[in-house]
Design a protein around this ligand. Structure first.
Ligand code: SAM
Length: 260
């Protein structure tokens, strides 16, 4: 069957065997693992995952045409869910999956932020491909221009490791941009906040005005701004990029204490 890739679904399929092998190996898949693959496409990576023989493989693919191809190729070796990953409820993630995803670039930040902010969704590990620009933001250091909202969310929940950049030629059709593979291992002792929505909102408010001093927003958010800034050791002349992940979380805790 002739298959035409849909740009709107980010269909750039990985074809480089070395990279496919490398990605599958990073997960260190064991017999006990339940693997979840997001956007398996034509199943190029799925093949390597099957070879590692995990306990179960579940794949989520939005494109029904690809579901048909996957069914034919893998029969009952995998469980295929024909759905939009953005529409899966938190209850779907009841197993602590080892997740693989060569994510469609147009939804990668959205789904990843949702996973970070959900209290119920837990993973064993995530191995995800992002467009390089987004990956650079996730792994950015404080006080750099790439330090962003997604840096805070990712580093709150996970230890993040860059595995490698992946060049456009490793895909077909080949995209215009470079990609980067990242590995996320859940942190054991995450800083506890009552409601992740507050982290979502506070980071949104600050990073919407990335280049401005935080003063105006800070005073709006905290009646006791003088006390909060001294306790957390944040200067009102700081810019969002100067505030560490830990300090952002302490800000959320102060905000939640003020709500009491
Ligand atoms: N993993 C495959 C590979 O590496 O060859 C394909 C990766 S391709 C970049 C992205 C895949 O995600 C496509 O198969 C596409 O149809 C699927 N996809 C796009 N949007 C999706 C969504 N919202 N939910 C689930 N799958 C989606």
């Amino acid at each position: 069957m002739r298959f035409t890739a849909k740009k709107s679904l980010g269909q750039n399929f990985l074809i480089d065997k070395n990279i496919l092998n490398k990605i599958a190996n990073i997960g260190n898949i064991s017999k006990e693992d339940k693997v979840l693959e997001i956007g398996p496409g034509t199943g190029n990576l799925t093949e390597y995952i099957i070879k590692a023989n995990p306990k179960a493989i579940v794949v989520i693919e939005k494109d029904f045409r690809l579901v048909k191809i996957l069914e034919k190729k893998f029969k009952n070796q995998i469980k295929i869910i024909n759905n939009d990953v953005l529409k899966l409820p938190e209850s779907f993630y009841k197993d602590q999956y080892l997740v693989y995803g060569n994510l469609p670039y147009n939804i990668s930040t959205q789904i990843f932020a949702y996973w970070c902010l959900s209290k119920k969704v837990k993973f064993k590990k995530l191995i995800l491909m992002f467009q390089k620009e987004v990956a650079d933001r996730i792994i950015a250091n404080i006080n750099t221009k790439n330090y962003s909202r997604i840096t805070i969310l990712a580093n709150w929940k996970f230890n993040v490791k860059k595995i490698c950049d992946v060049s456009p030629e490793c895909f077909f059709p080949s995209p215009k941009i470079k990609s980067t593979l990242l590995e996320f291992t859940p942190k054991i002792d995450i800083i506890k906040i009552k409601n992740p929505k507050n982290l979502e909102n506070i980071t949104k408010i600050f990073f919407n005005q990335k280049r401005k001093m935080i003063k105006k927003n800070f005073i709006k958010l905290f009646r006791n701004y003088d006390y909060v800034s001294k306790t957390i050791n944040i200067k009102l002349t700081d810019r969002p990029q100067n505030i560490s992940v830990e300090k952002f979380l302490r800000l959320v805790i102060e905000f939640e204490n003020n709500l009491k």
